[in-house]
Design a protein. Structure first.
Length: 325
């Protein structure tokens, strides 16, 4: 089968498309013919092993997993022994972290993994980006214990996580202030933000409004910078560990003082999460924002673009066209 592989850590150019062996299907496994996948921040971080600490989990000298890719959509090709939830021909989407492997024509995932039927009315390309950003956004919202009526600020509202967070917060009934660049003001308003701050014109940390929760959806700010935005018992939560992994330490330290605190999300990866995302997309409460499409053969260009940090929502990779063999 054809796959995007890399044998070493480094820039986008370490990735190439090559022929590799098909994955083996074991008892409890589902073999998916991948129609579409994405390139996201996780893929770029794993490809480059930045920060360096990732190497202790992914291979100190060389990557242990040659094929990246976490989220996907496709059709079930075959199932292993004991699989009852899916059958050949089912249209499915899912998330395969930490096993990866979605940047390939075929992928194996346990039936108990983050896998569900594609929501009604969605194409493979529309369903593929429906897990990575959204499941992190849900984790941020739930860890921060956001409730209807609360004031929430989302910094980085146009990325995969941020654009999902704005929609999910709107669906929850929170009052959303979103921070983004000038060209995306209308988009973020359409996603459901009650107020939008243009960070190119205004320092979002200098405003007078106070929030129950500040969500840093791009991992580019800090608790220290955002602390003044929080109400007396407000929470700061980020999609990243922060400089020197400070957010992990601050989750322990800040509760000791009984006021503003840092929380850190630990996302779920399971079938229940996939089914929840399926329902949210079918109801219209959430739809992934798509920036660009690339064919698998141009996946290096996709890595380059994602690495600029300027993508809006998701970058989708077409692996094989529906109806192809």
């Amino acid at each position: 089968m054809k796959a995007a592989v890399r044998a070493r850590y480094g820039p986008p150019e370490v990735v190439s498309v090559a022929e590799v062996e098909m994955p083996a299907v074991k008892d409890g496994d589902v073999l998916v013919k991948v129609r579409a996948t994405t390139v996201n921040r996780t893929d770029c971080a794993m490809r480059a092993a930045k920060p360096f600490l990732w190497r202790f989990f992914t291979g100190l000298v060389r990557p242990r997993v040659p094929v990246l890719g976490t989220e996907f959509a496709g059709a079930v090709e075959a199932v292993g022994g004991g699989v009852t939830a899916f059958k050949p021909g089912d249209r499915v989407f899912g998330y395969n972290d930490p096993r990866f492997g979605a940047h390939a024509e075929y992928l194996v995932i346990p039936q108990s993994g983050t896998l569900a039927p594609i929501p009604q009315g969605l194409t493979y390309e529309e369903a593929a980006p429906g897990t990575e950003g959204a499941h992190y956004a849900l984790s941020l919202i739930r860890t921060a214990k956001v409730r209807a009526g609360q004031d929430v600020l989302v910094y980085g509202a146009t990325g995969a996580i941020g654009s999902a967070a704005v929609q999910l917060l709107r669906n929850l009934g929170a009052k959303v202030t979103a921070v983004c660049g000038t060209k995306h003001l209308d988009l973020v308003s359409r996603l459901g933000a009650d107020k939008v701050i243009d960070y190119t014109a205004t320092d979002f940390t200098a405003g007078e409004q106070r929030y129950d929760v500040v969500i840093d959806a791009v991992g580019k700010s800090t608790f220290g910078r955002c602390r003044r935005l929080l109400k007396p018992r407000g929470s700061f939560i980020a999609s990243d560990v922060g400089p020197l992994w400070q957010n992990l330490a601050l989750t322990v330290v800040t509760p000791l003082f009984g006021g503003r605190r840092v929380r850190f999300p630990y996302p779920r990866h399971d079938a229940e999460m996939a089914r929840e995302l399926q329902g949210l997309m079918e109801s219209g409460a959430f739809r992934p924002v798509i920036d660009r499409h690339y064919p698998l053969d141009e996946i290096v260009a996709a890595h380059r673009y994602v690495e600029t940090g300027q993508k809006t929502g998701n970058v989708v990779i077409t692996v094989s066209a529906a109806g192809s063999s």
